[in-house]
Design a protein around this ligand. Sequence first.
Ligand code: TRP
Length: 361
Amino acid sequence: MMTDVEKTSHSSYEAAIERSAKIEKDILVNPKKYRVLTGDRPTGRLHIGHYFGSLQNRVRLSKLGVPTMILIADYQVLTDHDAFDKISQNTKELVIDYLAAGIEPGEDVIIFPHSYIPEANQLMLPFLTLVSNAELSRNPTVKEEIQSAGLKNVNAGMYTYPIHQACDILFCKGTVVPVGKDQLPHIEITQTIARRFNNKFSPEKPIFPEPEALLSKTPSILGLDGSQKMSKSRGNAIMLSATEDETAALIKKAKTDSDRHITYEPETRPEVANLLQLIALCTKETPEAVAERIGDGGGGMLKKELTAALNEELRPLRAKRAELEKNPDYIRKVLLDGAERARAIAKATLDEVRAAMNMVI
Ligand code: TRP
């Protein structure tokens, strides 16, 4: 069955892929022309799905010299999580994972929690007046999240968080947002808000650029059960912070199938294909080549190869992670420095916005 997100107008998805590919090329030549804004909710440590799906790409873009803002969505996490006792701890865990993966904070690479940026949050008020109730309740990603969380009483924060996400992206005039397909509706509403704001309040001199999605090229990583997306809450993930022995034990239990001969057939053998894909991401081979090599070695050899490849790939990251964990003061400093830089940007934007709305007395 097609989900709502998959039903999102096919042509708009195709168009987003095309624009994304164009930006991908131009970014190599003009990295400073862009500003990347990405974010995560602080729900816990990151796993290898995040690593291959988004972290590596963020590291690559920041190393290309693209100004990069990495936002920790600590307000947004309240929309679908009752628990808030671990927000601070989870925020720091995220930073440790980012730095361990190779993000280097500094002048042009800024990591910050959005709750620390009041001027960005204040954009919420004018932005809410630029969208209709109908638009909010039509958002396919929000609808799906409500459904999959089985929420009976949906809080208003849930319907409005895409607008808050637009504040995240627009306060710093982000132009490129690396995301998966599920986030496209949020990018579209952000473009709409930027356009409507400019047209209404500042038609001569547009204030906000319309951001574009940079769509991930890594196929979505399935969990070790092979049936659904990797996620900590489904218990099918390998955390970046896992030890080598824990990694080996998890892979040992991973689901395969009864055919001893290893082939790469994502449609008919998704579990085996997923493990092959993971090896390929570590060794930079194609999954087909990995399958060829293992052949009659069977599931046992497949798992042994994956354990070795993944542990080798993650060894430097894990060593760095262990070092960073010993230095909580440094982690806190990264966040506070990032918040200070982000706040200066947000203040400048809010000044422009309030002037455009004729609110300066
Ligand atoms: N909604 C995103 C998620 O659930 C997190 C997020 C918050 C985000 N603000 C953002 C992503 C801005 C990109 C840009 O993963």
